[in-house]
Ligand binder design. Structure first.
Ligand code: CTP
Ligand code: MG
Length: 232
């Protein structure tokens, strides 16, 4: 089975405070999305990289023959991923091939992290994702009152923070997202949640705290600092 990367990059970055979408901001000498795509191109097992941008977006051009750019971004991230899956299939992906969905905004991903996920999931029937065990003590708040108060401390040993890439068989992910299309992909914030709703149990593979998603204004400086130190 072949492995493809699918990079949703059709968001507007409303929380980032930047002028224009965050994936096109420059950090450490090149754009966020260029760092992201380069990490996947550096993994020999990846057969191709599909990038989903917004219709009418003229800011991204494939700089390598293994890259395809599709102007099929949707209303939500899940919609963009679903459209990207269809485009991947049009480009030759088969039902049992693997798709690694990765946020364009996670530009700190390293080839070694991607390879660890691939090695862990290759013999899985369905797939898995990079995730991090919770680093901090977890609190349950009381109802909706303001200011919020602690109701209880939650056992955190079995709680994980989901990252990307999330690696699934093309057909499994297609089925999972197709089932959510009618409801506008409501509540689908990652691929795994849609796959879980099919009754599957994706594998959790330990990621890295470095692989955070550039979301808020201060995240650009953090990304810049980490990108300048490859071993950080
Ligand atoms: N994304 C997408 N299509 C959308 C929304 C998001 O392809 N309709 C992509 C983003 O470009 C990003 C990834 O999904 O690479 C993760 O989403 P997020 O961090 O939420 O990015 P934005 O939606 O752009 O940011 P914000 O939510 O702050 O507006
Ligand atoms: Mg968003």
């Amino acid at each position: 089975q072949r492995l493809y990367a699918l990079i949703p990059a059709a968001g507007v970055g409303s929380r980032s405070g930047a002028q224009g979408p965050k994936q096109y901001q420059r950090v450490a000498g090149r754009r966020v999305i260029d760092h992201t795509v380069a990490a996947f191109l550096a993994v020999p097992a990846i057969a191709g990289v599909g990038v989903v941008v917004a219709p009418g977006d003229t800011q991204y051009h494939a700089a390598d023959e293994r890259i395809r750019v599709w102007h099929v971004g949707g209303e939500t991230r899940a919609h963009s991923v679903f459209n990207g899956l269809l485009a991947l299939s049009g480009a030759g992906a088969r039902a049992q091939d693997w798709v690694l969905v990765h946020d364009a905004a996670r530009c700190l991903i390293r080839p070694a992290d991607i390879e660890r996920l691939i090695d862990a999931c290759r013999d899985e029937p369905v797939g898995g994702l990079l995730a991090l065990p919770l680093p901090d003590t977890l609190k349950q708040a009381t109802g909706q009152q303001a200011p919020p108060r602690v109701q209880a401390t939650v056992e955190r040993g079995d709680k994980w923070l989901a990252q990307t890439p999330q690696m699934f068989r093309w057909q499994v992910l297609y089925q999972a997202l197709a089932a959510r299309q009618a409801s506008g992909f409501q509540g689908v914030t990652d691929e795994s949640s849609a796959v879980e709703a099919l009754g599957e149990r994706p594998l959790l593979v330990v990621g890295s705290s470095r692989n955070f998603k550039v979301t808020y204004p201060e995240d650009f400086a953090m990304a810049q600092a980490l990108l300048m130190h490859a071993d950080a």
